[in-house]
Design a protein. Structure first.
Length: 480
């Protein structure tokens, strides 16, 4: 799998790149020393991965605007990362899903702890504040050495939980993620846009503006609309499309600013926005051919450069471009090389300012003036996600290699409410079975029924065509 050094064949160019990456990193740390200082949670807390068992927390409730109540079982996806002896913490365990993992995928001896809380409460915070949960986790840490805390999103609550567990057990607890400050920054679309421009040049991102108040937001929106561009307003720290609002430029261009301002506030409050600024106001790219997602692992600086684990084309739908799945990219080798090189340059900067763990960068491929394609980088996912979790599981199931064929689906099917047992029975002939199958469908999370039936699946095979056909058959079986 490529690393950044493999894309720097000219020694002079490589040296120049390294110097520029170092310069940018030093500048970022000078501006915000807390990237590194916020890693200090006492003598028992270490960033990285230990040699022992893991406490895996699938909680997504700390991502702004994410409607966890509508997808209550997505936290179960993190179970695909668990190995024998690990402990998974979720809100409301679906036991039939864990039986499937054990009996079909061979995920044996994984313990599960349910917090039984409301889906919008932070699981990680409750693990630190509820006496019964604390006792269980403390017993787990005391029962081994080199425990790692691995969360879907690494927040201050994650690090404080590690601090309490370390101090109470007098043992080292590792945290497999970035510092709280850096996690907030990389998941902020405005901060990431600035970083991408700094590393790759101003044309690396779509035109992007900050709005620090309602009048500024309305003014930016109308100005872009009058230029004939499609307008998007984003809550910058939300996940993916959750905080995106696309606007009709034709209706906005001639509207009074006061009307635009009221309209924006209503639309934003309707998606759960709490009134925090700045907002991102930008151009929604036209002539987009696809939306690639570059999947990376960023190790500690002493353990080598960032690693590419794959490039996937995301399937999106609706005006806000909601994620509904992904598959291995079909872009040309030249475009894949460009995406890889640019993503690894950004990742090297993040590594030098203290980032550790899973990360992905999302882009859109747009037509350039010469008729070719160029990437516009739009978002960093400084966390696990809908591609990285099943991808990592697929690599493990496929003896350490990315399967040649891989299709992911996270979508609404329409009419059928399915239990986990129903889903298993329906897909039984197609399911991947560890030790028995070369290809098949993997259930990534239990199905959810509210507000409408939704499923999360992965198809893996020896070719992309075969994986695609498996997923098509699975969807057909589930619809009828």
């Amino acid at each position: 799998m490529p690393t950044v050094t493999e894309n720097m064949n000219d020694p002079e160019s490589a040296a120049s790149d390294r110097m520029e990456i170092e310069r940018i990193a030093v500048s970022l740390i000078d501006d915000e020393p807390a990237f590194l200082s916020s890693l200090d949670f006492g003598p028992f807390v270490v960033q990285g991965e230990g040699d022992g068992r893991k406490i895996i927390i699938g909680d997504q409730s700390e991502i702004p605007l994410l409607t966890i109540a509508e997808r209550p079982y997505l936290d179960h996806r993190m179970a695909l990362l668990a190995r024998s002896g690990d402990l998974l913490v979720v809100s409301r365990p679906v036991q039939s899903f864990f039986r499937y993992l054990s009996e079909t995928l061979g995920s044996k001896n994984v313990s599960v702890m349910g917090t039984g809380h409301h889906p919008l409460e932070s699981v990680t915070r409750l693990c630190r504040t509820k006496a019964d949960l604390r006792r269980s986790l403390l017993g787990f840490v005391k029962g081994g050495e080199g425990t790692t805390l691995q969360s879907y999103l690494t927040t201050g609550n994650t690090w404080r939980l590690a601090q309490w567990l370390g101090e109470a057990s007098r043992k080292k607890v590792h945290v497999a993620g970035p510092s709280p400050r850096l996690a907030r920054r990389v998941n902020d679309k405005l901060w990431f846009a600035d970083l991408a421009r700094c590393v790759l040049g101003r044309d690396a991102v779509p035109p992007t503006l900050r709005a620090f108040g309602p009048a500024a937001a309305a003014g930016h929106v109308r100005r872009i609309a009058r230029q004939g561009e499609q307008v998007v307003v984003k809550v910058p720290d939300s996940a993916g499309s959750t905080g995106n609002i696309r606007l009709d430029s034709g209706e906005i261009a001639a509207a009074p600013l006061a009307l635009v301002q009221r309209f924006l506030r209503r639309r934003l409050h309707a998606i759960g926005w709490t009134g925090r600024y700045p907002l991102l106001v930008g151009v929604w790219d036209k002539d987009v051919t696809c939306s690639p997602s570059v999947q990376l692992w960023i190790p500690s600086l002493d353990d080598g450069p960032p690693r590419l684990d794959g490039i996937f084309e995301q399937r999106v739908q609706g005006l806000g471009a909601a994620f509904v799945g992904a598959e291995r990219t079909t872009l040309s080798e030249g475009l894949q090389s460009r995406l890889t090189a640019e993503a690894l340059r950004i990742a090297c900067v993040l590594q030098r300012i203290g980032y550790f763990g899973r990360c992905s960068f999302d882009a859109v491929m747009v037509k350039s003036g010469d008729g070719g394609l160029q990437p516009h980088w739009i978002e960093c996912n400084g966390r696990w996600g809908g591609v990285s979790i099943p991808l990592t599981a697929a690599i493990r199931l496929n003896q350490g290699e990315v399967p040649k064929g891989l299709v992911l689906l996270q979508a609404t099917l329409g009419t059928r409410n399915l239990s986990m047992t129903d889903l298993y029975d329906c897909l039984d002939p197609l399911l991947y079975r560890k030790g028995l199958s070369r290809d098949g469908v993997v259930i990534v999370a239990p199905p959810s029924a509210e507000p409408e039936p939704q499923i999360t699946l992965m198809a893996m095979a020896d070719s992309q065509g075969r994986a695609g056909r498996l997923m098509e058959i699975a969807v057909t079986r589930l619809r009828f």
